[in-house]
Design a protein around this ligand. Sequence first.
Ligand code: 13P
Length: 246
Amino acid sequence: MSKLVAGNWKMFGDKNMISEIKKIDQHCNEVRCEVAICPPFPLILSAYEQTKNIQIGAQNCHTDINGAHTGEVSAEMLTEVGAQLIIVGHSERRQDNYESNDIVKLKSEAVHRAGATAVVCIGETLKERETDKTLSVLQEQMLNSLPKNVNPLNTVVAYEPVWAIGTGLVPEIDQIRAAHSFIRGFLASTYGAEAHNVKILYGGSVKGSNAKEIFSISNVNGALVGGASLKSNDFIEIITAASNSI
Ligand code: 13P
């Protein structure tokens, strides 16, 4: 299956950085992978209007369509301005905003309701890894935060070990392989044969220098990239590695 390289800009980026998105879009005219950028909400519409080869996404949404929820944004509002995928359950939101698995599941279902792809993030903390709880944490997160109907079009799973995010630390190849294989097994046994084509992204300190090796691991179907997605040259190196890894 073709790989997906998605950039999560987090709370970075201003109007001037649309030019970086345009450079990435121009580069993606002829690549053999899918590419997405998830900028902060205020940039989604102009990013969407100024690109044609890449998808634009969002980093969060509310569970409801609309309502008296000051400061919130619904999945429908995001798809209306061009978001085709929406990240839910990122560890920064699970930590900073106390988002539980139950909330993440409702958000994933809201993304489906709006007709977009939910990029559902899971991953263990360092303490959980050191106490051999990685697979049980992943299982618990998948059981309780994945939406009801998962298929290759409506859902992407992103495995992001919390300790690898923004730290420059990357798990051993065997650790990534084991986590992705476990996730694939869970998806197949829960959602059936179709789930073999659900993309599983790796996220956490992906850079141009390690992307090729990460993309060669079985069941790694792409990457969710933070820091290295903010500069077009850095992100393009990762896109090139994905495009060449087919
Ligand atoms: P970094 O690539 O900066 O480690 O961030 C990963 C991430 O959190 C993507 O969602």
